[in-house]
Design a protein around this ligand. Structure first.
Ligand SMILES: [Zn+2]
Length: 218
């Protein structure tokens, strides 16, 4: 079981990042039909459901697991120990370019959270050891992100390719919103490298399974 050392310090939540050997998360469970967008859904009660067309779940309800499915994309888990709010977020490269992490913090602020209180764990995904991208990914990122040079590295031998660090993109976006760097945990595991632990679309193709990560307020 993969957990964040930062989030594990808080006994009032339960969480994990999924690996391919995991059992299903504790029910009731809210999951998403994820669409690589930036729509956030606020969960108001503790019944199991799959929410259509969204990529982030937020809630202050206790005893309900908020789940995110990934297999190379970035799962992010948020916790505000003061407002007692949790969020589970899906950010692939599309969601990252659209500022999914920024939008989640903005929504938490609207609901009364102070950025200085919010903790975030950035989960296992395809990392900069493996994530080669082409101009279709590099160009929109360069347009949207002022600090793209810190996350997009030209490929050593192929001029048409770049190496993208998705976790660092999300970490920078969180700090832009005022999250304290010490309150961000980055799990240093690559879904593509670690065949023993993870499904990976890049490695296994479209038939790849998905891992389910979750966070739950107790
Ligand atoms: Zn890798």
């Amino acid at each position: 079981m993969i957990t964040s050392p930062l989030l594990t310090q808080f006994p009032e939540i339960m969480h994990r990042f999924g690996d391919k050997n995991d059992e299903a998360p504790l029910e009731p469970l809210v999951s998403m039909h994820q669409v690589h967008g930036v729509h956030l859904h606020s969960v108001q009660d503790s019944k199991s459901q799959e929410v259509e067309g969204c990529d982030a779940l937020l809630s202050s309800c206790r005893d309900v697991s908020l789940a995110v499915k990934t297999a190379d994309c970035v799962p992010l888990l948020f916790f505000d120990p003061v407002k007692k709010t949790v969020a589970a977020v899906h950010a692939g490269w599309r969601g990252t370019v659209k500022g999914m992490a920024n939008k989640t913090v903005q929504m938490m602020k609207q609901k009364g959270s102070l950025p200085a209180d919010i903790r975030v764990a950035i989960g296992p995904c395809i990392r900069d050891c493996c994530f080669e991208v082409h101009h279709d990914v590099a160009n929109p990122l360069q347009k949207q992100m002022l600090r793209w040079r810190e996350v997009l590295i030209p490929h050593a031998t192929d001029k048409k390719k770049w190496i993208l660090d998705l976790q660092e993109c999300n970490r920078l976006q969180l700090t832009e919103e005022g999250i304290i760097p010490e309150h961000i945990d980055v799990i240093p595991l690559c879904t593509s490298c670690r065949d023993d632990l993870f499904h990976s679309v890049r490695r296994d193709g479209d038939k790849a399974g998905r891992m389910m990560s979750f966070i739950r307020l107790l």
